[in-house]
Design a protein around this ligand. Structure first.
Ligand SMILES: NC(=O)c1ccc[n+]([C@@H]2O[C@H](COP(=O)([O-])OP(=O)(O)OC[C@H]3O[C@@H](n4cnc5c(N)ncnc54)[C@H](OP(=O)(O)O)[C@@H]3O)[C@@H](O)[C@H]2O)c1
Length: 339
């Protein structure tokens, strides 16, 4: 049994990054742990997620999630174990998913902690394949891009957490062909091993040329965009008539200090009657049960497998986040806090 801790370590935002985030933008602090109030739980965090969207929250801009505050701890998805509970329905020892990562101990309203079943799947799966990451892939592909059997699908960031699932879900649901792009030869090989039909390293040449070659005469029907910029422009060029784009992320631009130009060929969307639709996973929670059932089946029958990349220790979480933006991960990037 864990004793009630006097203090907890947390990662605070020390300053807002301009361009690429660096070590000095983060601070490791030790803070007192207050006593629990009615309805609250104390959770000892075991794993936390680092995600590209956190980069946007480091800027002082209004968005769909509020910005991180300088001098305050960061937050984000985490898995932990309840140490003490004043919340009905939560017991010490319960493993829970919640949103107060970036710290060793979290105090939160019990209603904001969801008990996970670690008999069904490893705890970390709830941060990735069975969590927000998986739902993003599923909802983006099937609801936003309106994927249908026989489509040719292209996904960028394909060796990452969301992208690797998009490609495998598309295959499991009857895509004619799945094409992925990623940033290294090793990742390209991994995509082929995961069942992608075609994969290319976007550093090897212009994305448009690589994509055209991979698509061949079929062209592409769906583009799942994790990257933006040159990838988006290339996809608009190669998409077939009535093609659909799910605009999930634009990671190639998150650390840009200039206003991005392009896609320069957007007018092609008119003649091709393309649909470009942005989305935020939080708007698709109504599909969480449908997704969980399908994904559990795909995991059971081996249609989907998932990669995880681990960094060790809260003190290394900022570096794990920076590494994620630079492509050090295969699949979901997770920080192990205490075991
Ligand atoms: N809309 C939503 O609700 C929602 C929800 C979750 C995630 N997202 C977005 O989905 C995307 C993927 O997120 P994730 O959590 O799965 O992260 P991830 O793909 O696991 O990790 C980020 C990856 O981006 C790639 N990358 C970095 N810079 C790049 C560049 N200039 N060009 C091309 N690729 C680059 C890196 O792989 P390489 O080695 O291949 O470069 C890196 O591994 C992100 O854009 C994220 O913001 C959106």
């Amino acid at each position: 049994m864990t004793d009630y801790p006097q203090t907890s370590r947390e990662i605070q935002l020390a300053s807002r990054p301009e361009g690429w985030p660096a070590d000095e933008n983060f601070r490791l602090a030790e803070v007192p742990v207050p006593k629990l109030e009615d309805g609250q739980v104390l959770v000892r965090n075991l794993y936390m997620s680092v995600d590209p969207y956190m980069r946007g929250r480091m800027n002082d801009v209004k968005s769909y999630v509020p910005p991180f505050q300088i001098g305050a701890p960061l937050d984000g998805g985490a898995i932990g174990e309840v140490v003490e509970s004043r919340s009905e329905g939560l017991q010490p020892g319960d493993k829970v998913l919640h949103a107060l990562g970036w710290r060793d101990y979290a105090i939160l309203d019990g209603k904001r902690a969801r008990v996970i079943d670690t008999e069904l799947a490893p705890a970390t799966a709830y941060l990735g394949v069975l969590g927000m990451t998986g739902l993003t892939a599923y909802a983006g592909l099937t609801k936003v891009a309106e994927f249908k059997e026989g489509d040719v699908v292209f996904v960028s960031g394909a060796a990452g957490a969301v992208g690797s699932l998009v490609g495998q879900i598309a295959k499991a649901m009857g895509a004619k062909k799945v094409i992925g792009s990623a940033g290294s030869a090793e990742k390209v090989q991994r995509l082929l091993d995961l069942g992608f039909d075609e994969a290319f390293n976007y550093h090897d040449g212009p994305v448009k040329e690589s994509l055209k070659k991979a698509a061949g005469a079929d062209g592409i029907d769906v583009y799942f965009d994790n990257v933006g910029g040159e990838h988006l422009e290339a996809a608009i060029s190669v998409l077939n008539k009535y093609g659909r784009i799910a605009m999930c992320g634009a990671i190639s631009q998150y650390n840009d200090t200039d206003t991005p130009t392009g896609p320069r060929n957007l007018a092609l969307a008119i003649g091709k009657e393309l649909t470009l639709r942005g989305f935020i996973v939080g708007s698709y929670n109504q599909y969480a049960d449908e997704f969980a059932e399908l994904m559990s089946g795909w995991l059971r029958d081996g249609a989907v497998s998932y990669d995880e990349t681990f960094a060790e220790g809260l003190e290394n979480a900022p570096q794990a986040f920076i590494d994620l933006m630079k492509g050090a991960n295969k699949g979901k990037m997770i920080v192990t806090l205490q075991s």
